[in-house]
Design a protein around this ligand. Structure first.
Ligand SMILES: [Zn+2]
Length: 572
């Protein structure tokens, strides 16, 4: 799932590359102020210091303001070039620091970075409102919009004009002064609440540990899962014990395989009650305030609900269309889920137990049912899904489909030792972009998987500015004696996120604000779905799913089982 958070929202309407007008760059000793002397001008993560961020954000905002002042104070008539295009080119420094900070805040955060996020969030929210509610600027944007036929715009320019105008209208540019002030207050509150919500979840993710010191409590768990928990025990200060956490590679196998129902309940409840523990990280009041503010904002802007406001920017357009689609799925999904629940209950009875199937039993009995029906066990597959082999597989698919080549670069600085950096080349060997992969969970990383950009592709003064993209995941780690062997679900997620990465890498736009994944939120899932579908294609599996010890290709029998079980536990 593509990550959306304040920094990407904010810099999404601010833009990359130098302004045509001459606002001098800030001076001083800050890694963000100069040109980066790294390969392909990638971020010098080895030189960037946390102390650089806040001054760079502030300088970036000031510089952006100065660039916008040059637009609004111009005596020349508004044109596409001097207003829309110049706006697209403005805010380069802010985007530069925002992209790097956003990456670290999501994937390698710490208390200092989280404090900077709290300091900078209100500044960015205010800055965004200062732009979108700037009457003089909107007047110029509107003038170009209303006279668009005079500018002989090509398709991309027309799109940029439409999107820019829409961003201002949706940002409140047409409101009266009183309502503009109200919107500013709402945006400010929303930005802080959303940030706090995410920071609370991360705290809750890290605070819970299921510590097992009795070997009998490991009953049912596969060897590899036990080994991973033992290593987590050592790392987390419980030497000789086994620790399960709320990172996906830890709690999901526990729910799938643990025979200890009470412990399954414990870890399940811990995961689903994150933010619901009546402690300092409780998110209930925050969620409620966010929902109320979103309605208020939507109403203020003339929309019936928050859903109406959001969906206008999606292909679905209206809540009715979303419900129409969901309702087509709901009936058959419910029917199948009920049937599977009955089968699971029958299994419980057959085991001589008399409890009623509950949510924390679902993974465990689903796994058993899958084994009974399709003779397929997720753990049987892991040896064929060594992470490096899966990466080779996804790269090979991209080579076969798009002619892309991938070469690991050891000379490009990275923000964590788990990160790998690849140069992506076209079929003719020319440079296309850079891809960072960061696949293992750690306390400094939020849950889930996502793609984002450290630099988006665009074209400026005849030069192609190449994209710098990253993929983040939380997949099963290597253990002392085994490489990273990932689950079937993790394989699909890796291919999915790589689809988003390709979307960013293969972008061919002039303007940064239209580049890569800057498309309707529901359309953005198309490239990821396409790649996900390749992951388990029999021909593709045969290419990359080789046993990590023997090198033997995945047997046809297992491929058939994967295909047959494809609809299990989902709507067919
Ligand atoms: Zn996605």
């Amino acid at each position: 799932m593509k990550k959306i958070f304040l920094f990407s929202i904010c810099v999404g309407v601010l833009f990359w590359a130098c302004a045509q007008q001459s606002v001098p760059p800030p001076e001083g000793d800050n890694t963000f102020f100069g040109t980066w002397e790294t390969p392909f001008e990638t971020p010098p993560f080895d030189l960037i210091e946390e102390a650089d961020f806040l001054p760079a954000f502030k300088a970036g905002i000031d510089m952006h303001k100065a660039e916008i002042a040059l637009i609004t104070e111009s005596k020349k008539k508004s044109t596409f070039k001097n207003t829309i295009e110049t706006l697209d080119r403005s805010g380069a420094l802010l985007t530069k620091v925002g992209n790097v900070f956003g990456c670290l805040n999501g994937a390698n955060t710490n208390d200092t970075i989280q404090q900077i996020a709290r300091d900078v969030t209100p500044l960015l929210s205010k800055h965004q409102d200062d732009i979108l509610l700037n009457a003089a600027l909107f007047k110029r944007v509107k003038s170009v919009y209303e006279n668009k036929d005079k500018f002989n715009l090509n398709i991309e320019q027309n799109m940029l004009l439409m999107e820019t105008y829409k961003a201002f209208v949706r940002g409140g540019a047409n409101l009266d002064e009183e309502k503009k002030a109200e919107l500013r207050t709402i945006n400010d509150e929303l930005s802080m609440l959303t940030l706090k919500f995410g920071q609370n979840i991360l705290k809750e993710d890290n605070v819970f540990q299921l510590v097992i010191d009795n070997k009998a409590d490991l009953a049912g768990l596969p060897e590899a899962v036990i080994a991973g928990a033992a290593e987590a025990g050592t790392v987390l200060g419980h030497e000789g014990k086994w620790v399960f956490t709320l990172h996906k590679p830890s709690w999901i196998p526990f729910l799938q395989y643990s025979e200890k129902r009470a412990l399954r309940e414990k870890i399940y409840k811990a995961y689903y009650n994150r933010g619901n523990n009546e402690n300092e990280f409780d998110n209930k009041a925050i969620a409620s305030k966010i929902a109320a503010l979103r309605v208020k904002k939507a109403n203020l802007l003339g929309y019936k609900t928050h859903a109406h406001f959001v969906l206008e920017e999606n292909m679905a357009k209206l809540p009715e269309n979303v419900y129409n689609l969901l309702n087509q799925l709901w009936e058959p999904a419910l029917r199948i889920a009920k049937k599977e629940a009955e089968e699971m209950q029958a299994m419980i009875i057959a085991e001589g137990k008399n409890f009623k199937l509950d949510t924390w039993d679902w993974w465990y009995y689903a796994e058993k049912l899958k084994k009974a029906k399709y003779a397929l066990d997720d753990e049987q597959l892991r040896p064929y899904f060594k992470l490096e082999n899966v990466i080779d597989g996804v790269f090979t698919v991209a080579t076969n489909l798009f002619g892309l080549q991938f070469e690991e670069r050891l000379d490009i600085p990275k923000y964590h030792e788990d990160v790998k950096v690849f140069e992506v080349k076209e079929a003719d060997g020319s440079h296309l972009g850079i891809l960072y992969t960061d696949y293992f969970p750690r306390p400094s990383k939020r849950g889930g998987a996502w793609m984002n950009s450290l630099r988006k592709q665009s074209k400026f003064k005849g030069k192609n500015i190449t994209p710098v993209i990253y993929n983040v995941g939380n997949f099963s780690k290597p253990t002392a004696d085994k490489p990273s062997l990932i689950s079937l679900e993790e394989v699909s997620t890796l291919f999915h996120e790589f689809g988003h990465a390709l979307h960013g890498l293969l972008s061919d736009c002039t303007y940064e604000s239209l580049s890569g994944t800057a498309v309707s939120r529901d359309f953005v899932e198309l490239p990821s779905q396409i790649m996900e579908n390749w992951a388990l294609h029999p021909d593709v599996l045969k290419m990359y799913a080789n046993h990590f010890e023997t090198g033997e290709s995945i047997p046809q029998e297992l491929i058939d089982k994967i295909t047959n079980a494809g609809h299990f536990n989902r709507v067919s």
